[in-house]
Write a protein that binds this ligand. Structure first.
Ligand code: UD2
Length: 347
């Protein structure tokens, strides 16, 4: 009798163990299958399939000069920050190689530009030169914010490139435009989410492109060093110096002085930047404070505490009135000469 019970119990235990084993095996194979599918999906979005191999760089683009880690083509400039972000100068990158990495990713580059009041006069040159130099061969969507939609010039755009015009109210003070820029950039990005593979650059309209601005500039959070201050000690940077402002930087703080006229990065990163700068700008305004250089001051504070993952040299925003310094081998984008008294509503 006792012997019979033991055999029955043993059988029951074996059956339970078997069921448990089968269940774990099935769950494991389902999870690992799902993981494989996810990995393949991710890979197929990032790389090119060549036979049985996945390539980040297609074979036809793998023929180029040997790179070196001891002899750089640029020894006259610094090409990396102390937090190891690249600083992009002509000669530090291979444009063909970079394009071959980014083109298969099927990304869209969004650019925002404000042309309010008389600044509409700068839009034609901006758009025409963007066609020639800004992310040529990529999908590009340019958002123009203006109070004069009827004066947006007709510009022929290549396939894959679009112009989207958004109406904004006319401003009484030019500072209002500065104030609203971060808010509108935040809103445009919110319309795009949750697509997180795209990039955005926010640019000044009173500017023109002269040379390639392309995939070498892509990064999580991208800032451009200001052409007027990049050789100066930080004590000379026009940061906001009043501790009462949320844009404040103390005398021993700050890496570089960055431009308000060009910044960008991945949508999520720029969304966080725009939201933070807008919040700080508005909170300052409630207390009657306007930072020294409006949203540019808030941007500099943000970049100090968040650190850009890529820094663009002043090649990416020069000034037309300024003779080119020897380390600037190419001017890619620059601010045109303008007379503030003629064009600003309250200059
Ligand atoms: C600097 C910055 C600018 C901004 C500003 C803050 C650079 C090259 N420029 O330029 O980005 O941070 O300081 O005060 O870093 N705008 C209009 N209509 C107007 C006035 C301005 O549409 O009536 C727009 C336009 O897109 C223009 C931008 O705002 O490009 C900046 O204005 P700005 O060029 O007059 O400012 P500026 O030269 O002081």
């Amino acid at each position: 009798m006792i012997h019979l019970i033991n055999v029955k119990s043993l059988t029951a235990v074996l059956v339970i163990l078997g069921v448990l084993f089968l269940y774990s095996f099935l769950s494991y194979s389902r999870t690992s299958h799902q993981q494989n599918i996810t990995a393949e999906n991710r890979l197929s979005a990032d790389v090119v399939a060549v036979g049985n191999e996945f390539h980040l760089v297609a074979p036809e683009h793998l023929q180029y000069e040997q790179p070196s880690i001891v002899q750089g083509s640029r020894i006259d400039v610094v090409a990396v920050t102390p937090w190891l972000a690249p600083i992009v100068w002509e000669g530090t990158f291979n444009p063909v190689l970079l394009d071959s990495i980014y083109k298969p990713k099927n990304i869209t580059i969004i650019a925002t530009v404000f042309a309010v009041g008389k600044y509409i006069m700068f839009l034609k040159r901006f758009l025409e030169t963007a066609e020639q130099h800004f992310f040529v061969g990529f999908k590009v969507h340019i958002y123009v914010f203006t109070d004069r939609p009827n004066e947006v010039p007709p510009v022929t755009m290549a396939s894959g490139r679009r112009l989207i015009v958004r109406l904004v109210p006319t401003a009484k003070r030019w500072q209002e435009i500065s104030a609203r820029r971060m808010e509108l950039i935040q809103m445009v990005i919110e319309e795009q989410l949750p697509n997180n593979r795209n990039y955005i650059f926010c640019l000044d309209v009173d500017s023109q492109f002269h040379g390639r601005w392309g995939s070498e500039s892509l990064g999580g959070l991208v800032a451009v060093t200001h052409p007027g201050y990049y050789r100066d000690p930080r004590s000379k940077f026009p940061y906001e110096r009043r501790p009462s402002s949320r844009a404040y930087l103390a005398p021993r703080e700050g890496d570089f002085y960055y431009c308000g006229g060009a910044f960008g990065g991945l949508l999520q990163e720029v969304h966080h930047l725009a939201k933070t700068c807008r919040h700080n700008f508005e909170a300052d305004a409630q207390e009657g404070i306007e930072a020294a250089w409006q949203e540019e001051s808030h941007l500099n504070r943000y970049m100090w505490i968040n650190k850009p993952s890529k820094v663009l040299s002043p090649e990416y925003l020069w000034q037309d009135f300024k003779p080119r310094n020897p380390e600037v081998h190419i001017v890619r984008f620059s601010g045109v000469v303008k007379n503030y008294a003629d064009i600003r509503p309250n200059a």
